[in-house]
Design a binder for this molecule. Sequence first.
Ligand SMILES: Cc1ncc(COP(=O)(O)O)c(C=O)c1O
Length: 400
Amino acid sequence: MTKSVEEVRAEIPFLRTGIIYLDNAATTPTPQPVLDAMLQYFCEYSANVGRGVYSAAKRATVKFETTREKIAKVINAKPEEIAYTKNTTEAINIVAQGLKLRKGDKVVTTVLEHHSNLLPWQRLERQGVELELVPVSRECLIDPAAIEAAIDDKTRIVTTHHVSNVVGSIQPVEEICKLAQERGALSLVDAAQSVGHIPLEVRKLGCDFLVAPGHKGLLGPQGTGFLYAHEDLLAGFEPLLVGGGVVKQVEEHKYDLIKPPQIFDAGTPNIPGIIGLGRACEYVLEIDIKRIAERERKLTEQMLRIVDIEHIEVYGPHNVEQRGGVVSFNINGLGHHEVASMLEELAQIAVRSGHQCAQPAMRHLGVDGIVRASLHYYNLEQEIERFIATLEQIAREFGS
Ligand SMILES: Cc1ncc(COP(=O)(O)O)c(C=O)c1O
């Protein structure tokens, strides 16, 4: 009951604009069944959750809560271990604040992180928490030995990305989580570029926390994401927001909150978004994440032919086994924004250009920005051919 590339393409309205969309690492277009699930909410049971006793409110609550089961199925967790967030960034902030780190505690991460997995920890640094940024190889691979060397008795958490949004390198997160655990530290995996793209199981990874967006590999709507953590870990966390919807008992000067994961849903949450995310999880499971990974690998291999084009420098590992579907490069003699604009003008190709929300990573690469092309299952071989041919033309005419 899997879905073919053609079937998926036919269900993504955005592609009908004729765009060659290669910016899937930023966010992904939404398939019709996900749009339909959200529209159904708006048209048939557009009520708030966790409050009313009338049937539309009960239906909204059930649908909203069911998404936890669907996310849990994607990463092989339990529904009680899934907290909804508006994006990956919020999920990391919940952990950074929730751990209540103090002066004398240490956080270990890498120079290759997205700003979302850096600033929340830098904020703690201002309060006296030590933050060590482990260097990565020229190819942007993390050496577990470097992580091991950075972990000491003060280290409370090791936090790294799974697949780099900068160059697509796949990191040895299983090994990193094991090292953290052996030294009594917690581990967080930023799965923003891996969830929905490659099969992953939290129990196999051995992580304490996993954070992910709904709006990238899972093909869910923008404004959605989640935090996975073991129930016991979440139980000690103070949520970022408190207010309506999360209380057991409130008196004039004190409150008693409900249990996780609903404790993170203060105020009216993104009900249509979370319902859409539930449908999106089903959708990627219908395609089959293993098949998504296989197809993306094939397309990445094809895309990596740009390595041989004169004047182009490709960053990250050239071996496809060490990569997700993200390929980053520059053309000598041209600015990254110029290249991205030309790709659109010449062939309606959409890519991301700039520092990719990872300025320390840009310094590691010795550049101020890069062009990034990123894939999903629905991209076509012909689109990649067009991309390569257009780049060849740009490099030939303007490269130096
Ligand atoms: C590796 C990585 N971490 C975190 C984020 C932040 O994700 P979000 O926009 O869902 O907060 C991104 C977004 O591109 C990312 O690629």
